[in-house]
Write a protein that binds this ligand. Structure first.
Ligand SMILES: [Zn+2]
Length: 90
């Protein structure tokens, strides 16, 4: 290497605390892997028989037809109005 670009004149040191933006160190956030948003799989709420259709979920007594209750371990819940009934085991 023979040709070297002349070193640029060093810029004058800026006065302390004049222009340098103060970088605040934020505590590192633990990023959780986002789970894909679950959509209601409507086809799982119905079962087609021979010329008949059966609904696999109970309908909400408050909201009426078309509002199915979500099945949990020990209860049925309506996601629309919050109506909950507990299923008794045994
Ligand atoms: Zn409801």
């Amino acid at each position: 290497m023979s040709k070297q670009p002349a070193p640029a004149p060093a810029p004058a040191p800026a006065p302390a605390g004049a222009s340098a933006p103060a970088e605040e160190k934020k505590p590192e956030k633990k990023e959780k892997p986002k789970a894909p948003k679950r959509r209601i799989q409507v086809h799982k709420l119905y079962k087609l028989g021979e010329g008949s259709l059966t609904r696999l979920r109970k309908e909400c007594p408050r909201c009426g037809k078309g509002y199915f209750m979500a099945q949990h371990g020990d209860r049925l819940t309506c996601g629309h109005c919050g109506y909950t009934t507990y299923t008794q085991k045994g």
